[in-house]
Design a protein. Sequence first.
Length: 750
Amino acid sequence: MSRFARERRVIYWEEPIFEADAAAPSLTVKVCPRSGVVVATPVLPERLAEAERVEAQRTLLDEFIGETPGELLAWYYTPMMLKFSRGLSPICLVYDCMDELANFRFAPPELASLERELLKAADVVFTGGYSLYEAKRDQHPNIHPFPSSVDRAHFGKAREITAEPADQAGLPRPRLGFFGVVDERMDLDLLAAIADADPAWSVVVVGPVVKIDPADLPRRPNIHYLGGKSYDELPCYLAGWDVALMPFAINESTRFISPTKTPEYLAGGKPVVSTPIVDVVRHYGELEGVKIAADADAFVAACSEALALPPTWLDAADRTLAAISWDETFRQMDEKISEAVARKRRASVTPVLSLPRPAARPAGRRTPYDYLIVGAGFAGSVLAERLAAGLGKRVLVIDRRPHIGGNAYDEKDAAGVLMHRYGPHIFHTNSDEIATYLSRFTKWRPYEHRVLASIEHVGLVPMPINRTTLNRLYDMNLTSDAEAEAFLKSRAEPVAQIRTSEDVVVSAIGRDLYERFFRGYTRKQWALDPSELDKSVTARVPTRVNTDDRYFTDSFQAMPAQGYTRMFQNMLDHPGITVETGVDFEDLRSDVIYDQLIFTGPVDEYFAHRYGPLPYRSLFFRHQTLDREWFQPVGTVNYPDEATPYTRVSEYKHLTGQSHPKTTVTYEYPQAEGDPYYPIPRPENQALFKRYEALALAEPNVRFVGRLATYRYYNMDQVVGQALATYRRIAQEEGRTTTAVTARSAAAAE
Ligand code: FAD
Ligand code: UDP
């Protein structure tokens, strides 16, 4: 919050307080000295009826906002505040949906309809966890999950603190503790069962009792209710516990919660025992130090196990914690807000390019642009450069993202580490022509990507599987290619007709290796079994009998010396090219004149999903900057087991060669919703694409280029090749000659 407040002026509008002797509504305003947040609290006379209370808050808010300079960004964490704030016209309305509030006890009846109204008005919606996201994602087009992060430094103090707060100091050990609001979500019978299981255990409950009758709380000599404590005090209590508890009831009110206390407990160095809250199982369930138990007996047994854990459990927990931070959450939210603001601005001002559509253009009127290119990724940027530099065209390139480069975009993060916002991009090609073409815009840093797979009970082994992998895995000493080949042959299972991604692998290396390296990874990545995916997917990853441990074997493997974004800047730096980012084609299509359109976004989106959506797979990227020089031995470590929620972790400094005392890594979590990243190679998807392709071919003056527009699982070099080939066709149609380099490049890629 303090960082947000430093960059913007933040007004925190509180629930009103009611005073019997208040003569008229008033506002108390305080500024938090630490964060700079302005806290505004309406003070209302108690006697006011509900409608008058709403009206009073509306007046106070309008007056206060009227006196506050600058643009307004409205952030709702409950729909109830809409009742008096409908009149605001913010540049961006954020709904931060933290819970399924309507499922809570005493939820006001109008909550559901207010939420519907808020969702309709919101420009961007954040959810406090994945389950909530899954429940709400069909209700808003711009919704993003943000599971709880943790202030590791704050709760980490619990690992050092030795002084005990007075009300906890006398309680015998072991202590099993809970902090948080005690309300209807707490399973009170379970709490009693824990206490009854072993009278020598002290059960410590820290937190206010809300909405439930304190008389209903189980009372036992070994249950200690210490009441609410401040955020600052929590680590002092946590420090004195041996196990931390999450005894939540499993019901409607807990279906979507994503308890912040899980990472907080872990940051404090305490093992956790929880009931099966979906998001706890999802994010932390695989950790040795997080035990999940569904009933009282299992919960008690899990507490005993947690008490007996060897201290090594903490290593894996720390690795998980290292991947999350509020700074990163802030950065990602900030980005979503900036994109929403840019979109809103575009829509609310009279467009600069407010000109009639091509069809309505009066004859003879000068065309401002020969080409409109939608998308500033490889497909769009290569074509813009070629059309402007090769054919002298006037080109407008737009991208809905606030930057150029498409998925290959890289940037320095807050710590100054060069990283890739959309996951690791390693350039490799066998086409001299494509490498030569791109070399006009960048120098290169030679780099050969290496990947290790993390295999249970074995550790990190080379991926693609090679002789070293086999020797490590099966404790063998195969010394020649022939021996390794014979070994794989002995494992391989013949498959009559190789059609699927399972067939490819099983027929080459057998079921054991398939299951350990491919099945889980593929199921996570695609939410499909390899038997349901086209063979081309896993065929991307070969198996080797030699000891070559490079991920790619292409003749040219390198990274742009100053990054991809710089390369794109150089490519687009031409007087014939205008670039506008943060602009969606939808917002612009009727306002700009162009002769020809090149579309590099999803082809089904262009045709308003006429035949239904084409399936694309998405990813959630969790970026993390760590205060250490290196995180892992190679650029990428793959996690093929299905229990680990991410597929791979990549560390950019290996790729970029940057020297920096800190390091930045990205975890990739596959997901169904979100930006489309991967076309899903399956026969029925290809059949659907063919229907769109038929529409695309019939669309006059429009060309579809790139990974999303041609629904092909293409690498960067293949997209460059496709764009160059498209350029060559355009040039031929115009009766001009192209340079040798582009003509050959296109041939290589087609
Ligand atoms: P994109 O890069 O997706 O660009 C399309 C652009 O169009 C986007 O920026 C989008 O915002 C914009 N757009 C879409 N619709 C609209 C609209 N309606 N209005 C305005 N703008 C719009 N390839 C490799 O060779 N090596 C790798 O190591 C590698 N790693 C990868 C890792 C990940 C996680 C992913 C997802 C891909 C990876 N790739 C890699 C593939 C590579 O990203 C693509 O081949 C390449 O970026 C495709 O370029 P493109 O121009 O077709 O599409
Ligand atoms: N794959 C796998 N295990 C791995 C690496 C890859 O099963 O350790 C499979 C998986 O289906 C993946 C595909 O091979 O989607 C292609 O892998 P690649 O590394 O080329 O994926 P990309 O970089 O395109 O995400």
